[in-house]
Write a protein that binds this ligand. Structure first.
Ligand code: ADP
Ligand code: MG
Length: 382
């Protein structure tokens, strides 16, 4: 993709792959959704999934005809222009990603390098490269993405977060768009200070965005009041932090039972400790356990309420290599059982375990990649 972008003189781009969602009803036509299977560059794409016919991406897929906005102007179709309002997209070429036999999706090229407009010849190159890529993929099954996105569970659109200290306003999130899919392991990677925790706090219902919207399971929560957010967190989210936050005067089982008393239909402490491979430590106090073991107790605590989504903020940052792998093995097991996991880290190696890696830079999403083959926790080395 990077080579294609260079040849097409585009700053950013995405390959949108069409996938069929499973339906419960066999007679029903499967619903097709387009997801960005590869995305690189600084431009913020306004939306991270499209249905056929919707938006430039959806239209190009459906009509099999390229749309070219060599540079946006007021004279363009107002519907398309409004799609890109408030974004830094000034020019865009969207072309079918299909060979003679198969309609795979579409490729979007965003912003000419150095600004200005694309030329018609450059748009032709984009179209041809997309066709060549589609043919290559068709001939080589190994290039087909193995990842199939599930239903969208979270939808983040245009989220900003500013902090005000006296007269100084710091813009930490500068317009984040992100979809999270059911059952996926999403790794949010980025350097210290780029806004990862701030974003995690917003989608975890612990903070409000300054602007933009955030939806989980179809419910809009960006302006929800404290009661609503408390309910949202209780029913949906398990948190794991870098620090374990265990009660020092309670043993492993007691630490879990403290939570069990606060949630409806909790798991038993024994069951949760079994999942994190700590049954033999159930009577140990935190001071009698290693960092990795304490972190596993804190994971068990997050599991007690059977949350559909787990948010983990640098869960292995305080651990050495061996205990980190123990913790990641537990995470792997939980994900395999269907939990949606979003993990913040600055450890590049952990990315190899993810379904999708979203790279953040300076308060924005900079790149999304999908792992064609996922590594196991035990394969990681650092
Ligand atoms: N409550 C706050 N008030 C002011 N600045 C904050 C606040 N929270 C975070 N920031 C700033 O926002 C930036 C991003 O923070 P954070 O989301 O924690 O980054 P990351 O998790 O990627 O390391 C940092 O520069 C931090 O100082
Ligand atoms: Mg952080």
């Amino acid at each position: 993709m990077k080579t294609i972008l260079q040849n097409c003189k585009a700053e950013s781009g995405a390959i949108w792959y069409a996938t069929e969602l499973q339906t419960d009803d066999e007679d029903e036509e499967p619903e097709v959704v387009l997801h960005p299977f590869f995305w690189v560059g600084s431009s913020d794409l306004t939306s991270l999934s499209h249905v056929p016919g919707e938006g430039a991406v959806g239209r190009v897929f459906q009509n099999q005809e390229a749309e070219r906005y060599l540079t946006f102007s007021a004279a363009d179709d107002p519907v398309t222009v409004s799609d890109f309002e408030d974004t830094e997209i000034t020019s865009m070429i969207c072309v079918p990603f299909s060979s003679t036999k198969k309609n795979l999706g579409c490729i979007q090229f965003v912003n000419k390098v150095g600004g200005g407009s694309f030329t018609a010849e450059e748009a032709d190159v984009c179209e041809m490269m997309a066709m060549l890529a589609a043919m290559a993929i068709e001939e080589n099954d190994n290039l087909q993405p193995a990842w199939k996105p599930g239903k969208t569970v979270m939808r983040v659109r245009g989220v900003t977060r500013e902090f005000q200290n006296g007269d100084v306003v710091t813009k930490v999130l500068k317009g984040v768009n992100l979809d999270v899919y059911e059952g996926e392991f999403l790794v949010l990677l980025g350097e210290s200070g780029c806004g990862k925790s701030t974003l995690l706090n917003i989608i975890g219902g612990m903070d409000h965005p300054t602007s933009g919207t955030f939806e989980c399971f179809g419910e809009e929560l960006s302006q929800a009041d404290q009661d609503k957010l408390t309910e949202y967190r209780r029913d949906n989210i398990g948190f794991i932090f870098q620090s374990y936050n265990l009660m020092p005067n309670l043993n492993a089982t007691q630490n879990l039972e403290l939570i069990a008393s606060l949630v409806p239909n909790p798991m038993s402490a024994d069951e949760a400790l079994d999942i994190v491979n700590l049954s033999e430590r159930k009577h140990n106090y935190p001071s009698q356990m290693s960092g990795g073991q304490q972190q596993r107790v804190s994971i068990a605590r997050a599991l007690m309420k059977r949350p559909p989504i787990i948010l983990a903020d640098e869960p292995t940052a305080a651990l050495d290599y061996t205990t980190s792998i123990e913790v990641l093995e537990v995470m792997e097991k939980i994900i395999a059982e269907g939990t949606t996991m979003i993990m913040v880290t600055h450890n590049e190696e952990i990315c190899r375990m993810a379904d999708r890696v979203v790279r953040m830079r300076n308060g924005r999403m900079a790149e999304v990649t999908i792992n064609r083959r996922k590594a196991h926790a035990t394969d990681l080395v650092w």
